[in-house]
Design a protein around this ligand. Structure first.
Ligand code: HMG
Length: 410
């Protein structure tokens, strides 16, 4: 039987520093249970001054491409809402850093957290037309709100890379989907700001409305029902959002109130990684998918997964895929879990120093200090150009993160 286009390889990367939300809550004079139980978050990843969306994406991409015949790559598509240039695509920096062939196209795509899903659907269409080609999707973001704001505990950072091909080894996508677009101001980031602006409660309402609408479109397109799915993945701004969304989906599809046990079975494995990385915008849904495939105790072969992608502003898509036989042999659970476990824990003042660091915006040359735990770093700015460098060989394990002692030099 011919399989639909899907995911041949999948990897994610998150910086080597994190902040515990209990420590943040105490510092901000909040009840830690608000962040831990109320939002469902335990930690958030914090990027050091020499990492950005390009270096994070390059780290994820290098992992996803291990063993891939690079000459089959048609394009690398970079989804982000933390772009580093108004003109040049971040994809071109990654293209160079990971040594892609000059025949491989490179471009950027944007619609908040949903840009990665738009890229994925373009890639599916392309490899369906040209089954000899592959497309690499990278999605990378730093979720940033103001210090001390309600959004602060929902920050995070990370990147994912998905290799899309006509010979999927992990997930084969169903061709049907449902989408919803509406011009709303629930979350946005003007060009003159480093932090997102958000109408938090309204963003949750719109997320749920977009879920209903895109589910209805998906159901009309596919005829599938809630009970046709074994597991569900949602865009994860914070993990309690998935619980709200899943309860909502059950209600609108006539399944009433779900039990705690239903939620644990349907959702829990997809939440584990995001619970300790925080929001990574475009990457977030797919970090959830990786978490599901790598931590679910049951063999998911042949099982259908429902996926909901939401991007503020807003555009949303409901789509689905079926897990491919032998998928467990192609996962990177050890690598990912080691990366999460090895992160250096920051104190709140250390996190704030990282947070406050900015590359200069006035045009002077600048060199960043070395912190990264990844294979790539931004070394600085020279003649208005971002200078990236490779820290270690792609075949070597990730280098250790530099100690927080160097933080005073940030
Ligand atoms: P808030 O208003 O400070 O929090 O900010 P709250 O008062 O709503 O409390 C949060 C939860 O904690 C509530 O649970 C409280 O009851 C509970 P709920 O009632 O909702 O079930 N709580 C407690 N639980 C246990 N013990 C306690 C306690 N106290 C309270 N002591 C908000 C929350 C999410 C609004 C804020 O963090 C925010 O604005 N975050 C950013 C926006 C966001 O993440 N929106 C999500 C939907 S939009 C989206 O996903 C797109 C996005 O990723 C961007 C993109 O697309 O690019 C953001």
């Amino acid at each position: 039987m011919r399989m639909n286009a899907g995911i041949e390889a999948l990897a994610f990367y998150t910086p080597g520093f994190s902040l515990g939300l209990e420590a943040l809550a105490r510092h901000r004079r909040q009840d830690p249970q608000k962040y831990i139980t109320g939002l469902g978050q335990q930690r958030m990843s914090v990027p050091p001054p020499d990492e950005d969306v390009v270096t994070m994406a390059a780290n994820a991409a290098a992992r996803a491409l291990e063993g891939c015949d690079l000459s089959s790559l048609d394009s690398i598509i970079f989804a982000t809402e933390s772009g580093v240039d108004q003109s040049k695509a971040a994809a071109i920096y990654v293209h160079q850093l990971i040594g892609l062939p000059t025949t491989c196209k490179a471009f950027e795509i944007k619609q908040a957290c949903c840009g990665s899903t738009a890229a994925l659907q373009m890639a599916q269409a392309l490899v369906t037309l040209r089954p000899d080609k592959r497309v690499l999707i990278v999605a990378s973001d730093v979720a940033r709100y103001g210090l001390g704001t309600a959004g602060e505990p929902t920050q995070g950072a990370g990147a994912m890379a998905i290799l899309v091909s006509a010979t999927p080894k992990l997930l084969s996508f169903d061709p049907e989907s449902g989408s919803y677009t509406e011009d709303v101001m629930d979350f946005w980031r003007p060009n003159y700001m480093d932090e997102a602006l958000v109408d938090g409660k309204y963003s949750i309402k719109i997320y749920l409305k977009a879920l209903s609408e895109s589910w209805n479109g998906y159901h009309a397109d596919s005829g599938r029902r809630f009970e046709d799915f074994t597991r569900f993945c949602y865009h994860l701004p914070f993990t309690r959002m998935a619980e709200k969304a899943h309860r909502h989906l059950a209600r609108i599809t006539g399944h009433g109130e779900l039990t705690h046990a239903d939620l644990e079975t349907h959702l829990r494995p997809s939440l584990r990684y995001n619970q300790v990385t925080g929001n990574s915008y475009t990457a977030s849904l797919y970090v959830g998918l990786i978490s599901l495939l790598e931590t679910d105790p049951i063999d998911l072969t042949g099982k259908r997964i429902g996926l909901f992608s939401y991007g503020s502003g807003c555009m949303a898509t409901y789509f689905s895929g079926v897990v491919v036989e032998g998928y467990r042999e192609h996962l990177r659970a050890d690598q990912h879990q080691r990366m999460l476990g090895d992160r250096i824990e920051l104190t709140v003042p250390e996190y704030e120093r990282f947070y406050e660091h900015r590359l200069p915006v006035t045009g002077e040359d600048y060199a960043t200090t070395v912190h990264t735990c990844g294979k790539f770093r931004i070394a600085g700015i020279r003649n208005h150009k971002r200078i990236y460098e490779q820290v270690s060989d792609l075949s070597e394990p990730m280098p250790a993160a530099s100690g927080v002692a160097t933080l005073s030099r940030v």
